[in-house]
Design a protein around this ligand. Structure first.
Ligand SMILES: NC(=O)c1ccc[n+]([C@@H]2O[C@H](COP(=O)([O-])OP(=O)(O)OC[C@H]3O[C@@H](n4cnc5c(N)ncnc54)[C@H](OP(=O)(O)O)[C@@H]3O)[C@@H](O)[C@H]2O)c1
Length: 222
Protein backbone atom coordinates (compact mmCIF):
# COMPACT_ATOMS: atom_id res chain seq x y z
CA UNK A 1 0.00 0.00 0.00
CA UNK A 2 1.10 3.63 -0.39
CA UNK A 3 3.23 4.96 2.41
CA UNK A 4 2.10 7.53 5.01
CA UNK A 5 4.10 10.77 5.00
CA UNK A 6 3.52 13.87 7.04
CA UNK A 7 4.47 17.49 7.32
CA UNK A 8 4.35 19.86 10.28
CA UNK A 9 5.63 23.24 11.38
CA UNK A 10 6.15 23.64 15.11
CA UNK A 11 7.77 26.07 17.49
CA UNK A 12 11.22 25.22 18.79
CA UNK A 13 11.66 23.93 21.48
CA UNK A 14 8.03 23.86 22.71
CA UNK A 15 6.53 22.00 19.72
CA UNK A 16 3.45 24.24 19.45
CA UNK A 17 1.61 24.00 16.14
CA UNK A 18 -1.43 26.23 16.59
CA UNK A 19 -3.42 28.63 18.68
CA UNK A 20 -7.18 29.20 18.52
CA UNK A 21 -7.34 27.26 15.29
CA UNK A 22 -4.76 29.30 13.42
CA UNK A 23 -1.04 29.08 12.81
CA UNK A 24 1.02 31.19 15.24
CA UNK A 25 3.24 32.62 12.46
CA UNK A 26 3.39 33.50 8.82
CA UNK A 27 6.16 31.76 6.92
CA UNK A 28 5.62 32.19 3.21
CA UNK A 29 8.66 30.15 2.22
CA UNK A 30 7.55 27.25 4.38
CA UNK A 31 4.04 27.39 2.92
CA UNK A 32 5.56 27.24 -0.55
CA UNK A 33 7.52 24.14 0.44
CA UNK A 34 4.33 22.62 1.89
CA UNK A 35 2.56 23.26 -1.41
CA UNK A 36 5.38 21.83 -3.50
CA UNK A 37 5.60 18.67 -1.40
CA UNK A 38 1.91 17.92 -1.08
CA UNK A 39 0.52 18.92 -4.48
CA UNK A 40 -0.62 15.96 -6.53
CA UNK A 41 -1.05 13.82 -3.40
CA UNK A 42 -3.97 13.01 -1.15
CA UNK A 43 -3.91 14.89 2.15
CA UNK A 44 -5.66 13.81 5.36
CA UNK A 45 -6.61 16.50 7.84
CA UNK A 46 -8.87 17.03 10.85
CA UNK A 47 -12.10 18.96 10.61
CA UNK A 48 -10.67 21.85 12.63
CA UNK A 49 -7.63 22.20 10.41
CA UNK A 50 -9.85 22.20 7.33
CA UNK A 51 -12.03 24.89 8.83
CA UNK A 52 -8.98 26.99 9.69
CA UNK A 53 -7.89 26.79 6.04
CA UNK A 54 -11.46 27.47 4.91
CA UNK A 55 -11.36 25.78 1.53
CA UNK A 56 -9.93 22.68 -0.13
CA UNK A 57 -6.23 22.80 -0.90
CA UNK A 58 -5.98 22.95 -4.69
CA UNK A 59 -4.45 20.11 -6.74
CA UNK A 60 -4.77 17.70 -3.83
CA UNK A 61 -7.45 15.22 -2.81
CA UNK A 62 -8.61 16.67 0.51
CA UNK A 63 -9.78 14.03 3.00
CA UNK A 64 -11.44 15.48 6.11
CA UNK A 65 -11.79 13.48 9.31
CA UNK A 66 -14.92 14.32 11.27
CA UNK A 67 -17.28 12.10 13.22
CA UNK A 68 -20.27 13.97 11.79
CA UNK A 69 -20.83 14.68 8.11
CA UNK A 70 -19.66 18.28 7.50
CA UNK A 71 -22.37 20.55 6.14
CA UNK A 72 -20.03 22.06 3.52
CA UNK A 73 -19.73 18.92 1.39
CA UNK A 74 -22.24 20.39 -1.05
CA UNK A 75 -20.29 23.67 -1.20
CA UNK A 76 -17.04 21.76 -1.84
CA UNK A 77 -18.06 18.56 -3.65
CA UNK A 78 -14.42 17.64 -4.24
CA UNK A 79 -13.91 17.10 -0.48
CA UNK A 80 -13.92 13.55 0.84
CA UNK A 81 -15.33 13.01 4.28
CA UNK A 82 -13.93 10.23 6.45
CA UNK A 83 -15.95 9.43 9.59
CA UNK A 84 -13.06 7.43 11.06
CA UNK A 85 -9.30 6.95 10.50
CA UNK A 86 -9.79 3.65 8.64
CA UNK A 87 -11.92 5.36 6.01
CA UNK A 88 -9.38 8.16 5.70
CA UNK A 89 -6.62 5.62 5.05
CA UNK A 90 -8.75 3.72 2.59
CA UNK A 91 -9.61 6.84 0.59
CA UNK A 92 -5.99 7.99 0.60
CA UNK A 93 -4.85 4.52 -0.54
CA UNK A 94 -7.33 4.39 -3.40
CA UNK A 95 -6.55 7.94 -4.52
CA UNK A 96 -2.79 7.29 -4.39
CA UNK A 97 -3.07 4.06 -6.36
CA UNK A 98 -5.25 5.68 -9.02
CA UNK A 99 -2.93 8.65 -9.40
CA UNK A 100 0.21 6.52 -9.26
CA UNK A 101 1.60 8.09 -6.08
CA UNK A 102 3.75 6.15 -3.64
CA UNK A 103 2.62 8.17 -0.62
CA UNK A 104 0.06 10.55 0.80
CA UNK A 105 0.30 13.16 3.54
CA UNK A 106 -1.16 13.54 7.00
CA UNK A 107 -1.25 17.32 7.51
CA UNK A 108 -2.66 17.77 11.03
CA UNK A 109 -3.72 19.09 13.36
CA UNK A 110 -2.82 17.89 16.82
CA UNK A 111 -5.50 15.16 17.10
CA UNK A 112 -4.86 13.83 13.62
CA UNK A 113 -1.08 13.66 14.04
CA UNK A 114 -1.67 11.64 17.21
CA UNK A 115 -3.89 9.16 15.38
CA UNK A 116 -1.48 8.49 12.50
CA UNK A 117 1.87 9.04 14.21
CA UNK A 118 2.73 5.33 14.43
CA UNK A 119 2.20 4.85 10.70
CA UNK A 120 4.21 7.76 9.38
CA UNK A 121 7.34 6.69 7.48
CA UNK A 122 8.72 10.07 6.59
CA UNK A 123 8.01 13.52 7.87
CA UNK A 124 9.11 17.04 7.06
CA UNK A 125 9.45 18.95 10.33
CA UNK A 126 9.80 22.71 10.27
CA UNK A 127 11.31 23.96 13.54
CA UNK A 128 10.29 27.58 13.90
CA UNK A 129 12.74 29.60 16.00
CA UNK A 130 10.13 31.91 17.49
CA UNK A 131 10.98 31.47 21.19
CA UNK A 132 8.27 30.66 23.71
CA UNK A 133 4.76 31.32 22.42
CA UNK A 134 1.27 30.49 23.60
CA UNK A 135 -0.56 27.70 21.89
CA UNK A 136 -3.29 25.11 22.34
CA UNK A 137 -2.21 22.53 19.77
CA UNK A 138 1.08 20.61 19.79
CA UNK A 139 2.92 17.85 17.96
CA UNK A 140 5.20 16.50 20.63
CA UNK A 141 7.05 13.59 19.07
CA UNK A 142 10.80 13.85 19.59
CA UNK A 143 12.28 12.48 16.37
CA UNK A 144 15.81 12.62 17.80
CA UNK A 145 14.99 10.66 20.98
CA UNK A 146 17.21 7.67 21.75
CA UNK A 147 15.80 4.94 23.97
CA UNK A 148 18.08 2.82 26.20
CA UNK A 149 21.22 3.85 24.37
CA UNK A 150 19.79 2.65 21.04
CA UNK A 151 19.70 4.78 17.92
CA UNK A 152 16.68 6.98 17.37
CA UNK A 153 13.83 5.35 15.43
CA UNK A 154 14.38 8.02 12.79
CA UNK A 155 17.28 9.10 10.62
CA UNK A 156 17.78 12.49 9.08
CA UNK A 157 17.61 12.52 5.32
CA UNK A 158 18.13 16.26 4.92
CA UNK A 159 18.23 19.50 6.86
CA UNK A 160 18.05 23.07 5.61
CA UNK A 161 18.10 26.42 7.41
CA UNK A 162 16.12 29.46 6.31
CA UNK A 163 16.65 33.01 7.60
CA UNK A 164 14.00 35.43 8.80
CA UNK A 165 12.94 37.60 5.87
CA UNK A 166 10.31 40.11 4.76
CA UNK A 167 8.07 37.11 3.99
CA UNK A 168 8.96 34.87 6.92
CA UNK A 169 8.29 36.01 10.51
CA UNK A 170 11.06 33.85 12.04
CA UNK A 171 14.09 31.86 10.98
CA UNK A 172 13.33 28.16 10.64
CA UNK A 173 14.89 24.78 9.87
CA UNK A 174 13.31 22.06 7.76
CA UNK A 175 14.36 18.51 8.59
CA UNK A 176 13.25 15.43 6.71
CA UNK A 177 13.12 12.42 9.02
CA UNK A 178 12.71 8.87 7.79
CA UNK A 179 11.69 5.93 9.94
CA UNK A 180 14.53 3.41 10.16
CA UNK A 181 12.15 0.47 9.99
CA UNK A 182 9.29 1.63 7.79
CA UNK A 183 5.77 0.66 8.66
CA UNK A 184 4.33 -1.37 5.75
CA UNK A 185 0.68 -2.00 5.08
CA UNK A 186 -0.33 -4.82 2.76
CA UNK A 187 -3.53 -5.23 0.82
CA UNK A 188 -4.39 -6.85 -2.47
CA UNK A 189 -5.01 -4.04 -4.92
CA UNK A 190 -7.94 -5.77 -6.59
CA UNK A 191 -9.66 -6.08 -3.21
CA UNK A 192 -9.82 -2.29 -3.06
CA UNK A 193 -10.27 -1.35 -6.68
CA UNK A 194 -12.75 -3.83 -8.07
CA UNK A 195 -13.41 -2.95 -11.66
CA UNK A 196 -13.96 0.77 -10.95
CA UNK A 197 -10.59 2.51 -11.04
CA UNK A 198 -11.84 6.01 -10.23
CA UNK A 199 -12.14 7.59 -6.83
CA UNK A 200 -15.64 8.88 -7.58
CA UNK A 201 -16.96 5.47 -8.58
CA UNK A 202 -15.28 3.85 -5.61
CA UNK A 203 -16.60 6.55 -3.27
CA UNK A 204 -20.17 6.07 -4.44
CA UNK A 205 -20.00 2.35 -3.71
CA UNK A 206 -18.24 2.93 -0.44
CA UNK A 207 -20.64 5.61 0.82
CA UNK A 208 -23.43 3.14 0.29
CA UNK A 209 -21.58 0.64 2.47
CA UNK A 210 -20.74 3.24 5.11
CA UNK A 211 -24.40 4.05 5.51
CA UNK A 212 -25.10 0.39 6.10
CA UNK A 213 -22.35 0.06 8.76
CA UNK A 214 -22.28 1.36 12.31
CA UNK A 215 -19.93 4.26 11.60
CA UNK A 216 -18.01 4.12 14.91
CA UNK A 217 -17.04 0.50 14.42
CA UNK A 218 -14.01 -0.75 12.56
CA UNK A 219 -14.97 -1.22 8.95
CA UNK A 220 -14.55 -4.75 7.64
CA UNK A 221 -11.76 -3.82 5.23
CA UNK A 222 -9.38 -3.14 8.14
N1 LIG B 1 1.69 23.99 12.34
C1 LIG B 1 1.21 23.02 11.58
O1 LIG B 1 1.94 22.40 10.81
C2 LIG B 1 -0.26 22.72 11.65
C3 LIG B 1 -0.83 21.81 10.76
C4 LIG B 1 -2.20 21.56 10.88
C5 LIG B 1 -2.95 22.17 11.86
N2 LIG B 1 -2.33 23.05 12.69
C6 LIG B 1 -3.09 23.67 13.79
O2 LIG B 1 -3.61 22.66 14.63
C7 LIG B 1 -4.79 23.13 15.24
C8 LIG B 1 -5.92 22.15 14.99
O3 LIG B 1 -5.62 20.92 15.63
P1 LIG B 1 -6.75 20.18 16.50
O4 LIG B 1 -6.12 19.01 17.16
O5 LIG B 1 -7.43 21.19 17.35
O6 LIG B 1 -7.82 19.76 15.41
P2 LIG B 1 -7.70 18.77 14.13
O7 LIG B 1 -6.78 17.62 14.46
O8 LIG B 1 -7.40 19.57 12.93
O9 LIG B 1 -9.19 18.27 13.98
C9 LIG B 1 -9.83 17.65 15.07
C10 LIG B 1 -11.12 17.07 14.60
O10 LIG B 1 -10.87 15.90 13.81
C11 LIG B 1 -11.96 15.01 13.97
N3 LIG B 1 -11.47 13.74 14.52
C12 LIG B 1 -10.53 13.54 15.46
N4 LIG B 1 -10.39 12.22 15.71
C13 LIG B 1 -11.29 11.58 14.93
C14 LIG B 1 -11.65 10.21 14.75
N5 LIG B 1 -11.03 9.21 15.42
N6 LIG B 1 -12.61 9.92 13.85
C15 LIG B 1 -13.23 10.90 13.15
N7 LIG B 1 -12.94 12.22 13.28
C16 LIG B 1 -11.98 12.54 14.16
C17 LIG B 1 -12.93 15.64 14.95
O11 LIG B 1 -13.86 16.37 14.17
P3 LIG B 1 -15.41 16.54 14.66
O12 LIG B 1 -15.32 17.37 15.90
O13 LIG B 1 -16.07 17.23 13.51
O14 LIG B 1 -15.91 15.14 14.90
C18 LIG B 1 -12.03 16.59 15.72
O15 LIG B 1 -12.72 17.66 16.34
C19 LIG B 1 -5.07 24.50 14.62
O16 LIG B 1 -4.55 25.51 15.47
C20 LIG B 1 -4.28 24.47 13.33
O17 LIG B 1 -3.91 25.78 12.89
C21 LIG B 1 -1.01 23.33 12.62
Amino acid sequence: MPSVASIVARSYPDKIIGIENTLPWHLRTDLQLFKKRTQGHAVIMGRKTFESIGQPLPKRTNIILSRAEPNYLTEFPELRWAPNPETALLLADIDSIISGKMEFFVIGGDQIYQIFEGRINRIFVTDVFCGHINGDAKFETDFDAKTKGKKSEWWIKSEEDFPRSDFDDFPFRVTEYRRRVPFHRYRVKEELMGREPTLDAFWEQYQFRLEAEVSEEQLPLF
